[in-house]
Every structure is written in structure tokens, then in C-alpha cells.
Design a protein around this ligand. Structure first.
Ligand code: CA
Length: 177
């Protein structure tokens, strides 16, 4: 019967086990460190992305006007982006477009950032730069608003004429009255 000394074998086994444990711990710590670095990189990238001023998308839109009673004078278009300033002289944009014929006309408008706007239009038939009114304050020249909004005892409210300008909404139809 052959006897083998198990002492050295156990010693070698214990050493291997210790080395394996150390390697395992080291790998685990190394992996944790790699994960931490990756998370930090992700957070930094996201933070940098969020802090950037992303460009606001602008939309070119055009106005299709109907029921133009006569040719001559200017079509005066006021664009508002603010309820408080609606129908005041503080419009965001004002256009004076010569009216060459009665019936219909198309007015291209410069690019605007996506948002909510309201349009007020009048046909300055006598070309004096103002909306003519009678003694009661009722307009004597044709007017129109976005959404074809109308007021009951005066002009419409901003919220009635307001529309959302987006990439899917680029054409505004208005009928003068
Ligand atoms: Ca006028």
C-alpha cells in the first residue's frame, strides 16, 4: 500500500484557493471601478447635453386669404405671440403686402420658432396705414383673424385666434369679413 503525504498537496491547494480568491476580489473591484467610470461618463455626457442650448426649430408658414373685396392698398398682417399684446401696436411681426387683385392671395411669412401665435389682418383699402372705423368704432375696412375668429361685441380674444405653429401646421387660412 502506497502512502502519499497530503500535507504539501493541501498546502498547494490552499495557496491556489487564496490566489483565486485574491484574483476574484481584484476582478470584482476592477469591474466595479469600470462600471463606476462608465456611469460617470454617461452622467457627464447627459449633463453636457442638457446644458447645451438646443436650437429651436423654426417653421415657415404662409397665409391664404379669401374674400378679398377689391384690389389696391395693402394687406396689413400683424403676428402676435402674447395675449397681453394682442391687437396692440406691439406685435411680434407686421407685414404690409400690396393687394394686386381681389378674390384670394397668398402671403408667405418669415420663419418663426414653433409656438403659439395669433394673426390679425385688415385690408388697408385706402392705403392710409390705418384701419378705418365708423363713429361706433366698427371697422369699415375688411378684417380677419386666424381661426376665422370673431368677437361678439368687438374683436376676438387671443385664445380664440391662437393657433399652434409646428412643422405639421404651415398654412393658415383666413376669410376676410
Ligand atoms: Ca385705411
Amino acid at each position: 500500500m502506497r502512502c502519499v503525504e497530503v500535507g504539501p498537496v493541501l498546502s498547494i491547494g490552499n495557496t491556489i484557493l487564496r490566489i483565486a480568491t485574491v484574483v476574484s476580489i481584484f476582478c470584482d473591484k476592477y469591474w466595479q471601478m469600470v462600471k463606476s467610470v462608465l456611469w460617470a461618463c454617461c452622467l457627464l455626457s447627459w449633463s453636457a447635453l442638457c446644458s447645451q442650448d438646443l436650437p429651436t426649430r423654426t417653421v415657415e408658414f404662409e397665409i391664404h386669404l379669401y374674400d378679398i373685396h377689391s384690389s389696391g392698398g395693402d394687406m396689413v398682417v400683424a403676428v402676435y405671440d402674447n395675449e397681453e399684446k394682442f391687437l396692440t401696436d406691439e406685435s411680434l411681426l407686421k407685414l404690409y403686402v400690396p393687394v394686386l387683385q381681389s378674390g384670394q392671395m397668398r402671403i408667405p411669412v418669415a420663419s418663426l420658432p414653433q409656438g403659439t401665435y395669433a394673426l390679425a389682418i385688415f385690408h388697408d383699402e385706402d392705403d392710409d396705414g390705418e384701419l378705418d372705423k365708423n363713429w361706433l368704432g366698427i371697422p369699415k375696412e375688411p378684417i380677419g383673424f386666424s381661426n376665422d375668429a370673431k368677437g361678439r361685441m368687438g374683436p376676438p380674444r387671443f385664445e380664440d385666434a391662437a393657433f399652434s405653429l409646428s412643422i405639421h401646421h404651415q398654412s393658415i387660412k383666413i376669410t376676410l369679413y
